[in-house]
Ligand binder design. Sequence first.
Ligand SMILES: [Zn+2]
Length: 219
Amino acid sequence: MRNEIKHHLNDSILMAYAAGALPEAFSLMVASHLSLCDTCRAQAESFDALGGEVLESIDGVDIASLRPESFEATLALIAGGPVEKPQPAPMTCSVLPQPLRDYVGGDLDAIRWTPVGMGVKQAILPTSKDASARLLFIPAGTAMPDHGHHGTEITMVLQGAFQDEDDYFARGDVEIADSDMHHTPVADIHEDCICLAVADAPLQFDRLIPKIAQRFLRI
Ligand SMILES: [Zn+2]
């Protein structure tokens, strides 16, 4: 049985994912969330369809010869480089969604943790340098490591839960933080918390969005 996800990705991020325009770490985050969240998956598919319509409206393109996956390839050409985006996959009984399993080569037992103090461990995932992705292990009842936010940071719960001043985040929930955000998340007392966290510093994610919106909406 899947729990109800209350904290979702926003349209800007889903649109950028559909366009294949996200840094690898953020694509991994989105694909992992979509594996757990029917709501965002439906929304992402609607952006995929929208992108397809934009393509069809371009004069001189032989639509009949385009396969469905050509949309991303075409956008990649426009953007000036090849894009490989991790694909969402159905949820399994494992803690790690399939896109993440592909990165670590298995489930939890395949993760190579590095202790960072106070019982907290992390595992940095190999992605392109424009953004970073890491898995975090926070023992039950422990405060998350204190850190500043530079640019946009997204955290998704994979196991356990955490609580901050305003909200409670359980498996599949995402928290989107920006530079102005100051808070103190604490892992739920009942279970060790494992999260995926991605950050875009020093790249300015927000500046990317208007370009992508233009691409879809021709504004
Ligand atoms: Zn969602």
